[in-house]
Design a protein around this ligand. Structure first.
Ligand code: ATP
Ligand code: FE2
Length: 327
């Protein structure tokens, strides 16, 4: 098969990114620019404005770093779902404009699926249980019969958001995940609720209880330790059952919370005990970036997909709504 070069464009939320990669998986460039606020919240319209303002310079920089120009590019892929609608629209406009201007084929991909499939590019995993834990998302998935099936997920907030919410409650600032991890090193266990419901998880009640205990003068360190132990044990339990149920022999951790060493350790121990292999997406690629969008574009293009220039966004497309035509 002829080697392809793809320009991928990411812009579903806070990060606008452009990356150029080859169909062999060589990453030629990976440029990112993140919209940030002092308080850490995200205003969708402002993030979209940010994306519009910096898109040209990020894409130019990406081409320059890759030592390529538009003549070298075979296709353009962009994140069309799911995400914040204003951000998705801004990203789509850029991708369509460039595809028209330079007469390139265009593909719109699902951001969450790109996180999953690129996990196989960044690690040696082949057919794992996917553990996707970011700020907003917490899902345990497996590829079964051409769909990423959601085997378990949070019923309220994402694991990262749960940590951040607890962190806000005990005055740690944003993002709280790394600070909680640090404080937990000097903590001891205090009892908290443990809320696994079948294969699903809920985090809010635990966050509320831990925050209440802080007001009753429990030590920060103890609460951080206990919140981590509880939330991560719950997740590990569900992943273990997903491994047992699917008989898969690998687990792959993806998303911003994958930075947490204690979570990695727990999952590692559980996998070892079951004879499964544990993989962790390198930190550099665990959050949002455009490499995964470019890779997903190549996968879909190589299996015959091509979108029209009238393609629209879908801010709420679920991972299991997409048929896996590649592989
Ligand atoms: P997505 O759009 O994929 O849902 P996101 O922006 O919600 O992405 P990420 O950027 O993947 O989330 O991850 C951010 C989250 O990771 C934050 O909630 C942050 O607290 C958490 N996090 C970062 N480092 C650590 C750590 N060391 N321990 C625990 N949580 C962490
Ligand atoms: Fe993401």
């Amino acid at each position: 098969m002829k080697e392809l070069i793809c320009l991928g464009i990411e812009g579903t939320a806070h990060t606008f990114g452009a990356s150029i990669i080859t169909s062999k998986g060589d990453i030629l460039s990976d440029v990112r620019d993140m919209y940030t606020t002092k308080k850490g919240g995200i205003i969708p319209q402002d993030a979209a404005k940010h994306h519009k303002e910096i898109s040209n310079s990020v894409i130019e920089k990406s081409l320059k770093e890759a030592n390529k120009n538009f003549d070298d590019i075979n296709l353009i892929s962009f994140s069309r779902a799911p995400g914040l609608a204003p951000c998705l629209l801004a990203t789509k406009d850029v991708a369509i404009r460039l595809a028209k201007e330079h007469k390139k084929d265009l593909i719109g991909v699902n951001h969450a699926i790109a996180h999953l499939t690129s996990g196989l590019l960044f690690t040696e995993a082949k057919d794992p249980i996917y553990i996707y834990v970011s700020g907003a998302n917490t899902q345990i998935l497996a590829l079964i019969d051409k769909r990423f099936r959601i085997l378990g997920e949070t019923l309220d907030i994402g694991l990262g958001n749960a940590l951040d919410k607890f962190g806000r409650g005990i005055e740690l600032g944003f993002p709280a995940g790394p600070k909680i991890e640090e404080l937990a090193k000097d903590g001891e266990y205090v009892e908290l609720p443990y809320t696994v419901k079948g294969m699903d998880l809920t985090f809010s009640g635990i966050v509320t209880e831990a925050t209440n205990k802080f007001r009753k003068d429990y030590k920060k360190e103890d609460l951080c330790f206990s919140v981590q132990e509880t939330l991560f044990s719950m997740l590990t339990e569900v992943v273990e059952r997903a491994l047992a149920f699917t008989e898969k022999k690998e687990a792959l951790l993806i998303g911003g919370v994958a930075a947490n060493k204690r979570l990695v350790e727990m999952l590692n121990i559980m996998c070892k005990e079951r004879g499964a292999k544990f993989y962790n997406v390198p930190l550099r690629y665990s959050g949002d970036q455009a490499v995964m969008i470019a890779w997903q574009g190549i996968l879909e293009y190589n299996s015959g997909k091509k979108d029209s220039l009238n393609i629209d966004i879908d801010d709420s497309q679920r991972t299991d709504q997409v048929e896996v035509i590649w592989n």
